[in-house]
Design a protein around this ligand. Structure first.
Ligand SMILES: NC(=O)C1=CN([C@@H]2O[C@H](COP(=O)(O)OP(=O)(O)OC[C@H]3O[C@@H](n4cnc5c(N)ncnc54)[C@H](O)[C@@H]3O)[C@@H](O)[C@H]2O)C=CC1
Ligand SMILES: O=C(O)[C@@H]1CCC=N1
Length: 266
């Protein structure tokens, strides 16, 4: 993992929150940033940085904006309107869903804005961070962004902001859709009288093992569906029934609803 220039100070507004502390702790643990180069602000008190006494914790976001060279916004979208900082064209990384880069730019007073969309697997460094940069973001800034974000998983610069709105609905949801599938499978296994500990173990091993296999094969997931349908055994019966009952349409409608919300049109 590359570390960034020793002079760069990074500030996280909302640094005690779920995404903020995932990033902050990853930088510290991986040596991307020395503790004295990290400033965090938060409305809530938190213990996330208790093992890192060098980290500066401030209550005033203006103070953070003055101290930091790079400002990460990790507050909830509804808190943006009351954010009162002046970034003076410093590099700003916004993690907010539903706030366009232009809106963030106007709010914080910087044209060097990057919008990145995390997901909750950042907590275990297996997140996915697509990001989109305004034109004024430099190549050096982009290198820095890559280093900061890849500490928590895979990253990808996107050519268009509309792609980020879409991926907010898809990858931004992180564990949500696998959790829904797991919940449904678990419910059924329980109804069938399988002991709870065995049902949980079976569901988790199936979802995690299956996902790792798909990742390692690198093929189109549809190929695996076809392979198991053409096997024509028990799984084919389950797959055909789910497909005939409209699972694809249900998933597409769900993603479309999340996309509308992410685009501000829900
Ligand atoms: N949690 C997730 O799975 C994902 C979150 N996001 C985005 O990441 C952003 C952060 O989300 P989370 O970390 O989950 O939220 P969170 O609620 O865990 O953290 C937000 C933190 O910001 C603090 N805060 C609020 N207003 C503040 C202010 N004016 N100054 C300083 N601190 C302030 C809160 O006290 C809290 O600690 C959101 O905008 C969300 O849209 C995006 C994708 C996934
Ligand atoms: O549900 C949300 O609003 C946040 C942003 C994208 C994923 N989680």
């Amino acid at each position: 993992m590359a570390n960034i220039s020793k002079d760069v100070v990074v500030g996280i507004i909302g640094g005690q929150g779920w995404m903020g502390r995932s990033l902050g702790l990853a930088w510290l643990e991986q040596g991307v940033l020395a503790p004295e180069r990290l400033v965090i602000s938060s409305r809530s008190d938190g213990e996330a940085y208790r093992d890192w006494p060098g980290v500066r914790c401030v209550k005033d976001n203006r103070e953070l904006a003055a101290l930091a060279d790079v400002i990460v916004l990790s507050i909830r979208p509804q808190d943006l309107a009351s954010l009162d900082i002046e970034a003076h064209d410093k590099l700003v990384i916004s993690l907010l869903a539903m706030a366009s880069s232009q809106e963030v730019s106007r709010r914080v007073g910087s044209r060097r804005v990057v919008r990145a969309m995390p997901n909750a697997a950042a907590e275990i460094r297996r997140g996915y961070f697509p990001w989109y940069a305004l034109q004024q973001v430099t190549e050096a800034d982009k290198g820095l962004i890559q280093t900061l974000l890849e500490s928590c998983g895979a990253t990808r610069e996107l050519p268009a902001e509309r792609d980020l709105d879409y991926l907010t609905a898809l990858s931004g949801a992180g564990p949500a859709y696998p959790a829904l599938l797991a919940q449904s499978m678990l419910e059924h296994a329980r109804q069938m009288g399988i002991a709870d500990n065995i049902a949980r173990e079976a569901v988790m091993q199936t979802l995690v093992g299956g996902s790792l296999l798909l990742e390692s094969l690198g093929d189109d997931p549809g190929d695996m569906v076809e392979r198991l349908i053409s096997y024509d055994g028990t799984t084919a019966k389950g797959l055909r029934t789910m497909i005939d009952e409209g699972i694809h349409q249900t998933i597409h409608r769900g993603l479309a609803a999340a996309h509308r919300a992410a685009s501000g049109s829900a």
